[in-house]
Design a protein around this ligand. Structure first.
Ligand code: BES
Ligand code: MN
Ligand code: MN
Length: 455
């Protein structure tokens, strides 16, 4: 390991712990002050690491932290993106230790945000410090760290559009994804898009006694369940008309390539404690999450859910539904298709409202540009193997915007693992990946400047 990182290990970790102790949950307004506190923390640490400038950029929502270390207008510029907000920690009772009191157990840091994305984002700040203190920086670096990634990056969208000059760069570098495994490092070249909506189904105008009315009046929860169930057929194919129209199909050869990625189905099932998997007929698990769109209920509620039993035929039922999109699909079009279809399938006995939450386009990234090559070399140096390009099922909507608005390609050089359980209780990040990640980032700059010079 790089000797500077080795010498400063304890401090690098304790600083991350300080950041993890701030409950910067962007979705819940009760944490607003903590989100601000996290932004301030990042700003201060950027300056401490050697950034010449770091500022808090207020938005209509949570602030964006911008920082920079510019060394030479002729040197290539890397725009580092990350997020300091985290998902809500619920359900709290399933955590083995409190989500905002980081602890190390079996070589992992357990805390909300340890991997997604505080742990991975903070690696970049420590990489800056490491380069400035122990070697030489050959790139200009700009940092764009937002606080609304987990709620759709709405305000970052306009910030990027309004600050094209400020954000001018040659490539975007992000650590907010995962690798296949330690022995099989990878670089993400595909992300799915997202279309997230909420539906409200109303039956009778008030809650009813389920004995007096049950069986004679539509129960909106039953009806909602039926409607949701009909959104997929017996082959788990989505039934919304036109949904697949724009999906880019892969050639047989491309699918064969994709399926060469090491994948152990029994390990996968064991890790999740499931006896069998389920998904769209005709596709492998790698394809189901990497290149196929899908639809999932994220939450469903209504009626009585408190302690004990209450006999009620509720007036309303709700669900939060998301669709993961793949290249070719557009979230606005899908939002429209979903809304029209969902209203069309509702029986006359209920009323339906559809409320769109947020969306994002999918991303597809090539493997033959300087940024990818630099990441590949850096990873090979630290992890001992040339990384494979992979397609991840998750979404980072801003990636397609960087391409569209700034004309920039993104390098998705993340070091998470599936078992880090991001968004779940007991999220964790391997301590070793934190340090290896910092080292890999320092080497990325070295290779990126060398490759850029040669071109
Ligand atoms: N870092 C994740 C996305 C991710 C994780 C991509 C692992 C690939 C591998 C990001 O923070 C995230 O959770 N994004 C949301 C989308 C957002 C619009 C709420 C997602 O994918 O659900
Ligand atoms: Mn993330
Ligand atoms: Mn996330």
């Amino acid at each position: 390991m790089n000797t500077y990182i080795e010498k400063n290990k304890d401090r690098f970790l304790s600083e991350l712990f300080d950041l993890l102790r701030i409950p910067s949950v962007s979705a819940d307004s009760k944490y607003k002050q903590d989100v601000l506190k996290a932004a301030d923390f990042i700003k201060d640490k950027l300056i401490a690491a050697g950034a010449a400038k770091a500022e808090i950029c207020p938005t209509k929502g949570h602030p964006i932290v911008y920082g920079e270390k510019l060394i030479d207008p002729k040197a290539p510029t890397v725009l580092v993106y990350g997020h300091y907000d985290v998902q809500p920690p619920d359900p709290l009772n399933l955590w083995s230790s409190p989500p905002f009191e980081p602890v190390i157990k079996d070589g992992r840091v357990y805390a909300r945000g340890s991997c997604d994305d505080k742990g991975q984002m903070y690696m970049h700040i420590k990489a800056l410090e490491t380069i400035l203190k122990s070697s030489e920086l050959n790139c200009n670096i700009k940092f764009l760290i937002e606080g609304e990634e987990e709620i759709g990056s709405d305000n970052l969208d306009s910030f990027v559009k309004e600050n094209k000059d400020k954000l001018k760069a040659d490539v975007v570098l992000i650590s907010d994804t995962s690798i296949i495994s330690e022995d099989c490092p990878s670089i993400t070249v595909g992300l799915r898009g997202l279309c997230y909506l909420e539906v409200e189904v109303t039956g009778p105008k008030r809650d009813l006694h389920s004995g007096i009315y049950g069986g004679a009046v539509a129960n909106p929860i039953n009806t909602l369940c039926k409607m949701i169930a009909s959104l997929k057929d017996e082959n788990n194919h989505i039934t919304i008309p036109g949904f697949y129209d724009d999906v880019k199909e892969l050639s047989a050869k491309e699918r064969e390539e994709l399926n060469k990625i090491p994948f152990d189905l029994s390990e996968y099932q064991k890790e999740l404690d499931i006896e069998d998997i389920e998904g769209e007929k005709g596709y492998t698990t790698i394809e189901r999450t990497g290149i196929r769109p899908t639809l999932d209920v994220n939450g469903i509620w209504g009626g009585y859910t408190g302690e004990g039993a209450k006999t009620v035929l509720p007036s309303k039922a709700y669900a939060k539904i998301s669709m993961r999109l793949v290249p070719g699909q557009n979230f606005e079009k899908v939002t429209k298709q979903f809304s029209e279809h969902f209203k069309a399938i509702a029986p006359k006995s209920v009323k339906v409202e559809v409320l769109p939450h947020h969306g994002g386009e999918p991303a597809l990234i090539p493997t033959d540009f300087p940024g990818y090559e630099a990441a590949s070399l850096a990873i090979e140096e630290v992890w001992g193997k040339k990384p494979l390009p992979t397609r991840d099922g998750g979404s980072i909507p801003i990636v397609s915007l960087f391409e569209k608005v700034l004309g920039l390609k993104t390098v998705l050089m993340g070091f998470g693992l599936d078992e880090d359980a991001i968004h779940s209780p007991n999220e964790s990040y391997k301590v070793d990946h934190y340090f290896k990640g910092i080292e890999t980032i320092t080497l990325f700059y070295k290779h990126f400047s060398a490759i850029s010079k040669g071109k």
